[in-house]
Design a protein around this ligand. Structure first.
Ligand code: NAD
Length: 495
């Protein structure tokens, strides 16, 4: 394969000057693109392009930025088929998921932020002292450095780029080196729509080189990171060196609490969809099902039965429900966690193995249901990031809430019951950025996504994200036109 230009800097595709990179298709292991990765010099060039683009972009009216973003929406709709095909191939996700979730979700996000760009506001002006008028200005920060993961490459590119540029910032995005292809396309289509060169730059490169240089860069005003808690911790520590604002969307371990008055069929279907979406490589995936004892056996048996009907196969087949994991090393990590749970006495009710009939080279793993594990076991406490659901019984409502909150994470959760008082309590007491009631997974452009505890801080999507991507400036203006102000006498009394 001839080398490809994997960088998008200042509105043009370019070759990088770093180490060579191969981009593979997870369902086959086949190399689908290769080229030079981003070096520290490429980071310099991208930050310089973003700096140069900042004053004119920030100086546009919100309406002008919004018009351009609306054009971007129209062009993305024209390119929807191509985006879905590339996303499916590069991230190893079933084409149906790319067509029905990733691509329309991203286009809806652009449409939302095209509107929200005109709705950046602060407190109304007022005289909080008799002698002054105070006004609030909400201002963009400058160049944003963003780093995204491989699980939803296009959606994550959108979540990072959109609030930043809608608020008047410019951005350098470093997607995961495994899945840069739709981020590059997304930025190219933005340029075609009229987003000026340099406003959106995409660097394909590895974390310890390009990611690290971006986080360290003194001209980057803020770092917005989505990825694992371990790398997020390093990013925050590095950013502290130059006192940068940090926005962290990290790992998750979502509890799925089923009370004894729940609709069992709804809960079982919700658990399978919530656990297996994107082969479980979803930070909000249902991972820990806590089921009240009277329903436990029936729930486990129905989930196992539904898992038997999940079709694994090639990602370009519209009949495929579940594709492979992102890579063989990642599958090895998932296998290790399931095997260790087994060694400690877990019952693997379904799956827990590599399926027989899948493409050679693809990192496939069967939908897996596990019972008989302790609350403090590794498989309950740590992120697996694979198609693995653990079910544990509980007796009292207090116990359910305690178990739900008993991990380091706090990204998402769900509670299943027909009793409004139980669901209200769960929504109040579960420590997570999103609590679904009688559902699990749906997201909305208008509503915030973000974590509690080790799942990070800061919000993606919604106008709440503008709080992260803007500075609030207080402008306090004297309205007396008096030279000798009364408060001066407190400091000095010369006439
Ligand atoms: P990861 O932390 O390994 O990598 C994320 C990104 O960080 C990649 O682009 C990587 O190249 C980069 N990186 C690695 N080392 C770096 C360094 N030293 N400095 C700067 N950048 C560096 O995560 P992943 O495996 O790509 O993604 C899976 C993780 O992402 C899971 O933990 C998942 O829960 C999390 N995630 C969270 C959300 C959310 O909204 N909270 C959404 C999606 C994924």
């Amino acid at each position: 394969m001839s080398p490809q230009e994997l960088q998008f800097i200042g509105g043009v595709r370019r070759a990088g000057s770093g180490a060579p990179l191969d981009i593979t298709a997870p369902s086959t292991g086949e190399v689908i693109a290769s080229g030079a990765g981003a070096s520290v010099a490429d980071v310099e060039a991208a930050v310089a392009a973003a700096r140069a683009a900042f004053p004119p972009w920030a100086g546009m009216t919100p309406g002008e930025r919004s018009d351009i973003m609306h054009r971007w929406v129209r062009l993305l709709r024209d390119h929807a088929g191509e985006l879905a095909a590339v996303e499916s191939r590069n991230a190893g996700k079933p084409i149906r998921l790319a067509q029905e979730f990733d691509v329309p979700g991203t286009i809806d996000n652009v449409a939302f932020f095209a509107g929200a760009a005109r709705n950046l506001e602060g407190k109304a002006s007022a005289e909080y002292s008799a002698d002054h008028t105070s006004t609030i200005r909400r201002e963009p920060l400058g160049v944003i450095g963003s780093i995204s993961p491989w699980n939803y490459p296009l959606q994550m590119a959108g979540w990072k780029i959109l609030p930043a540029v809608a608020a008047g910032n410019t951005i350098v995005l470093k997607p995961s080196e495994l899945t840069p292809l739709t981020s590059l396309l997304f930025a190219e289509i933005a340029t075609e729509a009229g987003v000026p060169a340099g406003v959106i730059n995409v660097l394909t490169g590895v974390g310890p080189v390009a990611g690290q240089a971006l986080v360290e860069h003194p001209r980057v005003a803020m770092v917005s990171f989505t990825g694992s808690t371990a790398v997020g911790r390093q990013v925050a520590a590095t950013a502290a060196g130059s006192v940068k604002r940090v926005h962290l969307e990290l790992g998750g371990k979502a509890p799925f609490v089923v009370f004894d008055d729940a609709d069992l069929e709804a809960a079982a279907r919700g658990a399978v969809a919530g656990a297996l979406i994107n082969a479980g490589q979803d930070c909000t995936a249902a991972t820990r099902a806590y089921v009240q004892r009277p329903l436990f056996d029936e729930f486990v048996s129905r989930v196992a039965d539904l898992m038997d009907h999940v079709t694994l196969g090639p990602v370009d087949d519209p009949e495929t429900d579940m594709g492979p994991l992102i890579s063989l090393p990642h599958r090895a990590k998932v296998i290790g966690m399931v095997d260790r749970a087994r060694e400690y006495g877990a019952k693997v009710v379904r799956g827990g193995r590599i399926p027989e009939h899948t493409d050679a080279g693809g990192a496939y793993y069967e939908p897996t249901l596990i019972t008989g594990v302790a609350q403090d076991s590794e498989i309950v406490q740590n992120e697996v990031f694979g198609p693995v659901l653990v079910a544990l019984p509980f007796d009292t409502d207090d116990e359910a809430i305690e178990f739900a909150n008993d991990t380091a994470y706090g990204l998402a959760a769900s509670a299943w019951s027909r009793n409004v008082f139980r669901t209200q309590r769960a929504s109040r007491e579960i420590q997570a950025g999103c609590v679904w009631i009688n559902d699990h997974i749906p997201i909305l452009s208008e509503m915030p996504h973000g974590g509690y505890k080790a799942s990070g801080f800061g919000k993606d999507m919604s106008t709440y994200s503008f709080d992260d991507y803007t500075n609030i400036k207080h402008v306090m203006s004297d309205i007396t036109a008096v030279a000798h102000k009364p408060w001066h006498d407190t400091v000095f009394r010369a006439e």
